[in-house]
Design a protein around this ligand. Structure first.
Ligand code: NAD
Length: 251
């Protein structure tokens, strides 16, 4: 990443998104903090500004096309261009056996985790294609490359994110646009706070839980460092890559 780089981070009110927004800003980027949580999103912006960084907050639901167009329009209006979209907002499914997943819950997981990523990519790619450059980083998960027990909808959504990543990487490889995905394993964020209890309720506790293979969850900052690398010129030959940062979980 470079001084003055404009990066949009969705799901930036918390966890991996907030840590990434803070790291990018500390490294000189102008950050567009996007989240549907207003108070926590504004808090991310305040943390950035208190540290001498620059950014704006835009409240948006990533699963709504109008909101996505709005956050991108605001980005261009404020900063003139967009270098990086970090498509990161996501929700965790309630752990449950496949046959017990409510249709409405399935729709919600797919709408946020898959359609939200699709919409961000679709509208950002149009702008980036006109610019002749751009960089998209999608947050998938280890469940994007293998199944996780009792998480069928989430697993499907994250497999889809990897599909979208590869599809766009092929189409835009000669247009100056790179598209990559990260696959965290377990990260200590709001999303995983209730997981140990839920696993006990389902009666299924994989060997790796709750301590993961490294004996701990990742800190969000450890994922932010990977995002920062993908946003930088250091990853200039990488597109369509699916980067595991899972503490060895999938070994
Ligand atoms: P988090 O709950 O701390 O942060 C997620 C953020 O996304 C929240 O601020 C939330 O308000 C926002 N968000 C949710 N739905 C939204 C919507 N419709 N529109 C706008 N914003 C929305 O969780 P996190 O762990 O930082 O998750 C970030 C990403 O990482 C997610 O895509 C998640 O699936 C993925 N992930 C997390 C883990 C983990 O163990 N924490 C593992 C693998 C993948």
């Amino acid at each position: 990443m470079h001084e003055g780089q404009v990066i949009v981070v969705t799901g930036a009110a918390s966890g991996i998104g907030r840590a990434s927004a803070q790291l990018m800003a500390a490294r000189g980027a102008k950050v567009v903090v996007v989240d549907f949580q207003r108070e926590a999103g504004e808090e991310t912006l305040r943390l950035i500004e208190d540290n001498g960084g620059t950014g704006i907050f835009i409240q948006a639901d990533v699963s709504k096309a109008a909101d996505v167009q709005e956050y991108l329009e605001q980005t261009i209006k404020t900063f003139g261009h967009i270098d990086v979209l970090f498509n990161n907002a996501g929700v965790l499914q309630t752990f449950s056996q496949f046959e017990d997943i409510d249709e409405s819950h399935f729709d919600k997981i797919i709408n946020v985790n898959l359609k939200g990523v699709f919409l961000g990519m679709k509208h950002a790619l149009k702008i980036m294609n006109e610019q002749g450059y751009g960089n998209i980083i999608n947050t998938a998960s280890t469940t994007g490359i293998r199944a996780e027990h009792s998480l069928a909808a989430y697993t499907a959504s994250k497999h889809g994110v990897i599909g979208l990543t590869k599809a766009a990487a092929i189409e835009y490889v000669k247009k100056g646009i790179r598209v990559n995905a990260i696959c965290p394993g377990g990260v200590a964020t709001a999303i995983t706070a209730g997981v140990p209890e839920q696993l006990l309720e389902t009666g299924y506790v994989p060997d790796e839980f709750p301590n993961m293979r490294m004996g701990r969850y990742a800190e969000p900052e450890e994922l932010a460092a990977v995002v920062s690398f993908l946003a930088s010129e250091g990853s200039s030959y990488m597109t369509g890559s699916v980067l595991l940062a899972d503490g060895g979980l999938t070994l």
